[in-house]
Write a protein of this length. Structure first.
Lengths: 364, 380
């Protein structure tokens, strides 16, 4: 691939024996949170259909026939609701005066959470608060839970804490995020090293416009598809195409087939399109409509106090009880009947069988 | 191994014995029960004299002489001594049996003399025996790590020593073991002597150093006390002066007091600069440890890993026109800077982020390959 030659040519000492891996490719953002647009759509629709099926069953179990009239949300409507709450995060951060990194991280967390869960199970309102709180911790800008909840009206600490583990788990505990605003800062610094770019060519306004585009890109799926450096370069290109081209060309290695700016054109073009077309807050009326419908099709199991919730809790307790009794029974048998409370020596296939039956997950 | 220790009763069989040392004497119900105090000339088993005289004998209320079966109830002055074959007997039995010369031990028939009986230090006689054996062995087998080529031969030597010790303690193959000891002694006579001398010298040096330190400490304590006295006197005179001055002078009371306090401060600061810095105990120990061993210092090899951090795609300059780091850079007092923070590192991170994977093609389609590295393999 022509694109790879840049790295290889720029790194002449890499031979076949010790190929160094690029740093970004070691990050979890590259490894697990990188999708193609088609994949994103597929993930969302499959998540949505699965959730609808489960909730429908719960409704049926509760009251047969009740689920016929319920209009469940589809993937796009879920997306819309999530987008609204994404736009609320910058407002909150401004209120608390959190640095931009907190804001960007929280938005990433919220997006990623809803790639693994559905809106009908967990309403974005509390998830947003939890994601923001988590982001303050993981970016080393922590504040105490009390000062957090006291500054947000109508919030209690349990609203934030109850979902914290769920959010962390959905993120697969991968908390480090590479952001486009930092890349933009880097480009801006690097422009000062370019010999042909004088101070007049890079006024502060250009940077301000570019960072606005970066902030708009946070409302879109750009960070799930493109790398932060690409998003930053695209934002700069929207603000000042000349600067972007000059900088990109300076990064190309000597002997490349075409200047880097040309190679990157398609990628940057798509990013620019995404930012300009989808980078603004959603229509409030539409979201209100979705919210209204959400009240009806929420998963009753997750609403504490409802019949389904209590039934689920009872079922879990029963299962735990059974497990405990079984264990106690086993121990009792081992102690009274055999002489080996810790079990006798296993031969090979017994070992394998026991390993297969081993149930050491912690969620009961 | 458990067979050898089968006759050890005591704590294993649940008969816990209340060990009474010097401190719990006050609590014994029978205050008339005599406690045998050891002096610094008491000869314990193995020919050891405890110089400090603080080792007490082992003592228990249930002591009973195995030979005559008398216990403390009938004979309050009961004192059990241990033979060289590690059997216990009360003093009256020893007198009765051995006064007329060497006689066989009533338990194991080994011929003993009266002198061979010593007081007991430990509850468990096997421990006594082990200690005596180890003391004897340590006198002969005193080679050190430096006397061997490599760790392996040193470990072999140590294993040999432990083997011999075990045999002696548990009465296994005694004649062969003794032969081995003899052989070792003959082979290494010179080295044993040398090491013995060295250990003695070291012990001597240590004692002298401790003496010195003790003296130094005493000196310092004396000086401190003297200084405190001087301070107290000065304070008293200052107070008297204040009162006098208040009586005689016409200035306001507050000013007089302030002046005298300033003088007192000057005096105390002058004094504190002259006192020597006390060397803490920890520092002394460290100094001693540093003298004894020399640790080699190989040159530092920085960590190298195989991550490519895009270093060739950018260079960090010393100065940037950067609004974000203005406040930090202007803050030369260091109020804002945490320890180890360098603004160049923040710039480095930003630049790295800016150039990272600029040319990484985004994924497309429903089942894309995992990106760059795979396609490199495919194209070559």
């Amino acid at each position: 691939m022509a694109a790879d030659n840049i790295a290889k040519a720029a790194n002449p000492q890499t031979n076949s024996s010790t190929v160094k891996k690029p740093l970004y490719e070691g990050s979890t953002q590259y490894k697990s949170w990188r999708y193609s647009p088609e994949q994103l759509e597929q993930v969302r629709t499959s998540l949505n259909t699965a959730a609808v099926a489960v909730i429908r069953n719960t409704f049926e179990a509760d009251e047969p026939g009740s689920s016929e009239d319920v209009l469940f949300l589809n993937a796009n409507e879920e997306q819309l609701l999530v987008k609204l709450y994404i736009t609320k995060i910058p407002q909150l951060c401004g209120h608390f005066r959190f640095p931009e990194e907190v804001e960007a991280t929280a938005i990433s967390y919220l997006k990623r959470f809803y790639l693994k869960n559905t809106v009908m199970d967990w309403h974005p309102k509390n998830v947003m608060l939890t994601a923001l709180f988590l982001a303050t911790k993981t970016t080393n800008n922590p504040i105490s839970l009390e000062s957090y909840t006291s500054n947000i009206p109508k919030t209690s600490s349990s609203d934030v804490l109850d979902l914290e583990f769920l959010v962390s788990q959905s993120l697969n505990f991968e908390f480090a995020v590479w952001h486009a605003h930092r890349a933009l800062w880097g480009i801006w610094l690097d422009l000062q090293s370019l010999p042909d770019v004088s101070d007049e060519l890079r006024p502060q306004d250009v940077y301000d416009i570019a960072i606005k585009h970066v902030r708009a890109s946070r409302f879109t799926d750009a960070e799930l598809i493109y790398t932060p450096s690409q998003i930053a370069l695209a934002s700069l290109a929207l603000a000042s195409p000349l600067l972007a081209e000059r900088w990109a060309d300076s990064k190309a290695a000597a002997g490349a087939a075409q200047p880097l700016s040309a190679t990157l054109d398609p990628t940057l073009g798509s990013v620019k399109y995404i930012i300009t077309q989808m980078g603004h807050p959603p229509d409030v009326e539409a979201v209100r409509e979705v919210d209204r419908r959400l009240k009806l099709c929420k998963n009753p199991e997750k609403v504490p106090g409802s019949k389904a919730y209590l039934a689920r809790q009872a079922a879990e307790q029963r299962r735990a009880e059974e497990k405990r009794n079984k264990k106690a029974e086993d121990v009792r048998k081992a102690v009274t009947e055999g002489g080996n409370p810790f079990g006798s020596e296993l031969n090979e296939d017994e070992k394998a069988k026991q390993l297969a039956e081993l149930d050491d997950d912690d969620d009961d | 191994m458990s067979n050898h220790r089968a006759n050890v009763g005591g704590w294993l069989k649940g008969k816990t014995v209340r060990k009474s040392g010097l401190t719990s004497n006050a609590h014994t119900a029978r205050s008339s029960t005599p406690q045998v105090q050891s002096t610094s000339s008491t000869l314990f088993s193995g020919g050891v004299k405890d110089a400090s005289g603080r080792t007490t004998e082992y003592f228990s209320m249930d002591d009973q002489c195995p030979v005559c079966k008398s216990d403390r109830y009938l004979n309050p002055k009961l004192r059990l001594l241990v033979s060289s074959c590690y059997h216990k007997m009360c003093e009256s039995c020893i007198d009765r049996l051995f006064t007329l010369g060497p006689a066989p031990c009533p338990i194991c028939q080994k011929v003993l003399r009266k002198l061979a009986f010593t007081p007991q230090t430990f509850e468990d006689l096997t421990v006594e025996k082990e200690i005596a054996v180890r003391r004897r062995i340590a006198k002969e087998f005193n080679k050190r790590r430096e006397d061997f080529f490599d760790l392996h031969s040193y470990n072999d030597y140590l294993e040999e020593v432990e083997d011999i010790t075990f045999n002696l303690i548990n009465d296994v193959d005694i004649p062969q073991t003794e032969a081995r000891i003899l052989a070792h002694r003959r082979e290494n006579a010179a080295l044993i002597e040398l090491n013995f001398q060295r250990e003695e010298q070291y012990a001597q040096a240590l004692k002298e150093q401790e003496e010195l330190e003790r003296q130094e400490k005493e000196q310092r304590a004396l000086e401190l006390r003297r200084e405190q006295e001087i301070e107290r006197e000065e304070r008293e005179t200052a107070q008297r002066e204040i009162i006098d001055r208040l009586e005689t002078s016409t200035k306001s009371a507050a000013k007089v007091i302030a002046k005298s306090r300033a003088e007192a401060m000057k005096r105390s600061s002058a004094r504190s600069t002259t006192t020597t810095v006390l060397r803490s105990n920890a520092q002394l120990l460290r100094a001693r440890a540093a003298q004894s061993t020399v640790v080699p210092d190989p040159p530092h090899v920085p960590l190298q890993d195989d991550w490519y951090a895009y270093e060739d795609l950018y260079t960090v300059r010393d100065q940037y026109d950067d609004m974000y780091s203005d406040a930090v850079r202007k803050d030369r007092e260091g109020i804002m800077r945490a320890g180890g923070y360098r603004v160049e590192e923040a710039w480095d991170r930003a630049l790295r982020c800016a150039v990272a994977e600029l040319d990484l093609a985004p994924l497309s389609g429903l089942n894309p390959s995992s990106g760059r590295t795979e396609s490199v393999v495919a194209s070559t």
